[in-house]
Design a protein around this ligand. Structure first.
Ligand code: FES
Length: 96
């Protein structure tokens, strides 16, 4: 169970969304991971929810809400790619 004084703890570090932000979204009617994402941007950061999704699911379950009630697709985390690396891949494809 999450206590009131935990409201300022980040649940999504990438988007700087706190436990309080998610709690308020749930109190305002958010009823799925997707809904939380749309209201707070939690899960839309660089890691694409790899870090925060489980915690948000747990918060929804504590409120007796099925986090999977609405289908959400999870995307792969963003990763930097050097332009030189892309250019090398294009050259390799051209030589095949
Ligand atoms: S911690 Fe939430 S998107 Fe990365």
């Amino acid at each position: 169970m999450i206590r009131e004084d935990e409201d300022k703890i980040y649940v999504c570090r990438c988007e700087e969304v706190t436990v309080g932000d998610v709690r308020r979204a749930i109190e305002a009617g958010a009823d799925s991971i997707r809904d939380i994402k749309l209201r707070t941007h939690a899960g839309m950061g660089v890691c694409q929810g790899m870090t925060c999704r489980k915690n948000i699911e747990r918060m929804l379950r504590e409120k007796k809400i099925d986090p999977d009630a609405c289908h959400t697709s999870q995307r792969f985390p963003v990763r930097m790619v050097q332009l030189g690396e892309l250019a090398r891949l294009v050259k390799e494809e051209q030589h095949e």
